[in-house]
Design a protein around this ligand. Structure first.
Ligand code: 5AD
Ligand code: FES
Length: 357
C-alpha cells in the first residue's frame, strides 16, 4: 500500500478500528506519513502557539480522573486575579503567541461578569484570540462571554461511551444531565464559538470500539480544535486507585504509540482541525513526545503562561511537564523543538480554516 492509497480509502469505522490495532511497523509508517501529509497540505508547516493561563484550581466537580476535583483535600487552592490574568496575556504578546487560553476547574468564583470583564480587557488591550476552558458552565455564562468577545471554547468530552462517561463524570444533583458535554458543544457552535473538544486515551474501561467512536465523533461534530492525550493515573483520585475494570482484551493502553495513532487518524478524519501536541503526551515521553505529536498530525502547541507559584498547584495529573519552568523557558523550549523538526512559527491568531465551508 502507498500513502496515496491510504488517503484515498474511506476511513470508516472498520478502517479506524484496524488502524488502531495495527501491529505492522511498515503499515504504521504509512499512517504517520499520511497524517503528516494531510497536515501539511491543509495547514502548512506553521505551528501555532496558544499561551495557557491556568486561572484557578478550584472545582465544583468530581471527575474521577482529575487531580483538582472537589474532593481532593490534599492540594492548595488558588484563583488568579483579573490583573494577574491580564499580566499573563501581556506576556503572551511579548512571546508572540496569537492566542491565550484561560483554563480552570469549574469554579463559580470565576464569575460570569468577572470573566466577561477579563475577556473584554484582553481583547481591547492585546487583540489576541481568547479561548476559554472553564468547564460545564450555564448557558447565560457562555452567552455573556461570547458577547464580551471570547472567540473559542474548549470542553473535552473525554469518552463517547455513555456508561464510561457517567462513571467518570458523576452528576451534580439537580444540575447535570446525562452526557451534557455534548449538549454544550452543540450550543457553543450555535453561539458562534470555535469549538474544541477531545479525549484521554487509556481511561480504565475504555475499549477499542469506543475509541473508534470517539474519533468518528470528532468528525461528526466538525470540531475546530481536538486535544488528545494519554490518561495518567492520579493517586488522589478514585480512578487513580481503582483496579482496571472489564475485559483486559478490550481495554486500550495509555501509551504514547496509541495516542499518536489517535492523533494521526484524527488528522485524516478532520483535515482542517487545529490539533495540539499535548502536555500530557510530553509528560509520558519527555524527550520527544511533543515532536512526535507534531510529526504525526498535530499543528498546535500550548505553552504554559501560568506563574510558577500557581503552576505547581494545577496538578490535574502527576509529574506534569513544564511544572517548574517559567513562561519564558517554555517558549524557548518549544521554539527549539519546533525548529529542530523543520517547522515554522505561526503568525496571527491561527483560527480554524474552512476550505470547504
Ligand atoms: N490524565 C490525563 N489527562 C487528564 N486530564 C484531566 N485529568 C487527567 C489525567 N489524570 C485532561 C482532561 C481534561 C484536560 C484539561 O486535562 O482531558 O479535559
Ligand atoms: Fe515547557 Fe518545554 S514546553 S519546558
Amino acid at each position: 500500500m502507498r500513502v496515496e492509497d491510504l488517503m484515498a480509502e474511506p476511513l470508516d469505522r472498520a478502517a479506524v478500528l484496524r488502524w488502531l490495532r495495527e501491529t505492522d511497523p511498515e503499515r504504521l509508517d504509512l499512517l504517520w506519513k499520511a497524517a503528516d501529509e494531510v497536515r501539511r497540505a491543509n495547514l502548512g508547516d506553521e505551528v501555532h502557539l496558544r499561551g495557557l493561563i491556568e486561572a484557578s484550581n478550584y472545582c465544583v466537580r468530581k471527575c474521577g480522573y482529575c487531580g483538582i476535583r472537589l474532593e481532593n483535600r490534599a492540594i492548595d487552592r488558588y484563583r488568579m486575579t483579573d490583573d494577574e490574568m491580564l499580566d499573563c496575556a501581556r506576556r503572551a504578546v511579548v512571546l508572540k503567541y496569537g492566542t491565550v487560553v484561560i483554563q480552570a476547574g469549574e469554579d463559580y468564583g470565576l464569575t460570569r461578569d468577572g470573566i466577561a470583564n477579563v475577556v473584554r480587557r484582553i481583547k481591547a488591550e492585546t487583540g489576541l484570540a481568547v479561548t476559554l476552558s472553564l468547564g460545564e458552565r450555564p448557558d447565560e455564562d457562555l452567552i455573556a462571554w461570547r458577547e464580551a468577545g471570547a472567540d473559542r471554547y474548549l470542553l473535552r468530552f473525554e469518552t463517547s461511551d455513555p456508561v464510561l462517561y457517567e462513571r467518570i463524570h458523576p452528576a451534580r444533583s439537580g444540575v447535570s444531565h446525562p452526557m451534557d458535554r455534548f449538549t454544550i458543544l452543540r450550543r457553543l457552535r450555535e453561539l458562534g464559538y470555535e469549538v474544541g473538544s477531545g479525549i484521554m486515551v487509556g481511561i480504565p474501561g475504555q475499549t477499542w470500539d469506543t475509541l473508534a467512536t470517539d474519533l468518528l465523533t470528532f468528525r461528526d461534530y466538525d470540531l475546530d480544535m481536538i486535544g488528545i492525550g494519554p490518561y495518567i493515573p492520579h493517586p488522589q483520585t478514585p480512578l487513580g486507585i481503582e483496579p482496571p475494570v472489564g475485559d483486559p482484551d478490550a481495554q486500550v493502553p495509555a501509551t504514547e504509540d496509541l495516542v499518536l495513532r489517535c492523533v494521526a487518524l484524527t488528522r485524516i478524519l478532520c483535515p482542517e482541525a487545529n490539533i495540539p501536541s499535548t502536555t500530557a503526551l510530553a509528560t509520558i515521553n519527555r524527550t520527544s513526545g511533543r515532536e512526535h505529536g507534531l510529526q504525526r498530525g498535530a499543528n498546535i502547541v500550548m505553552p504554559n503562561l501560568t506563574p510558577p507559584m500557581y503552576r505547581v498547584k494545577y496538578e490535574i495529573y502527576p509529574a506534569k511537564a513544564c511544572i517548574e519552568e517559567t513562561a519564558e523557558q517554555c517558549a524557548l523550549c518549544l521554539h527549539g523543538r519546533i525548529r529542530s523538526i523543520g517547522r515554522t512559527f505561526g503568525s496571527g491568531q491561527g483560527a480554524r480554516r474552512r476550505h470547504h465551508a
